[in-house]
Design a protein around this ligand. Sequence first.
Ligand code: PLP
Length: 370
Amino acid sequence: MIEKKSRIFYSKPSITNLEVEYAKDAVTNGWGAECYSYINRFERHFGAHIGVNYSIATSSCTGALHMGLSALGIEAGDEVILADTNWIATASPIVSLGAVPIFVDILPSTWCIDPKKVEEAITNKTKAIIAVHLYGNLCEMDELLNIGKKYNIPIIEDAAEAIGSVYKDKKAGSMGIFGVFSFHGTKTLTTGEGGMFVTNDKKLFERVLTLSNHGRNKDEKKQFWADIIGFKFKMSNVQAAIGYAQIQRIDQLIARKRKILDFYRKNLESSPDVIMNIEKQGIKNGCWMPTIVFSPETLIRRELLLNEFAKENIDTRVFFWPLSSFKMFEEKKNNSNAYDIPERAINLPSYHDISEEEQLRVIDVIKKCL
Ligand SMILES: *Cc1c(COP(=O)(O)O)cnc(C)c1O
């Protein structure tokens, strides 16, 4: 009998006694006077880690982005520029607010938004530009921030995939008008579901705080009094307890991600037919999702890769589809990198406790394909 090889998951959180203890404490004691205690601690420590003045814990990254865009006054008819290569979560709040996402192409090196294409896409309706740091790779922030300054358009950072990524001494998420993070179960730091809004702009912080509390100002004395229509995208204290444990372990969580990518790199990147997550000088990659892109000459394509990995009981993920290829949007085949790269790319398993033997099983599949 042939024994089936054990399954290798692409992601799985690292939960230690610390998370369990805090969650147990929160569910036992975190009520009444203590009902916000872990939320407050998690927000404070997260903000300190990123190097920002203000943080608001949310139920998801999508919710954090939705509130931030709303606080900037983005509304029907406005345009927001973002990369075509993206998870749908970055685009949906734009659409929900009645604004129009303008998808532009990515750079073949970073897989992130191409600043030249951003500048070409600016119109008098452009109200924001979203820099998404894909798979831990960083956007060209100097160029984007300069474009923002030149046209007086705010730059937003979707750093959902970029905790641990550092651009010239600044942490991802701390450089734009605001940044958002995700703590979904697949992310480097997790609370199961959850997110964070961060900013250094006091006015924007206060606006989002009011929005996050159903439009109720924090200084309002009257109970149940709302000034504006807001949102309900809050994080619970029990989730925050898990997050508070994870933020104390953040250096370890990031170091492990970097080590996993490094091991793949050492075994695979010597091939001239392979590109992996880039780390330019002056930049540190948080390495959320080890990703491999094959050169067009190899004829290694997504379907072949999915097939070969499935045979070995290994979970992999396809490189994000171009959002403009979804039927809700208008197709933009001119975004040639966004349409071409996913055809010959794959995300590799990288959960915290993956062993070298398991990584070698992944590496073997790729070597076989090559
Ligand atoms: C995961 C992710 C999100 C969404 O995060 P949620 O917490 O699930 O809302 C948004 N943007 C990017 C780039 C992501 O990877």
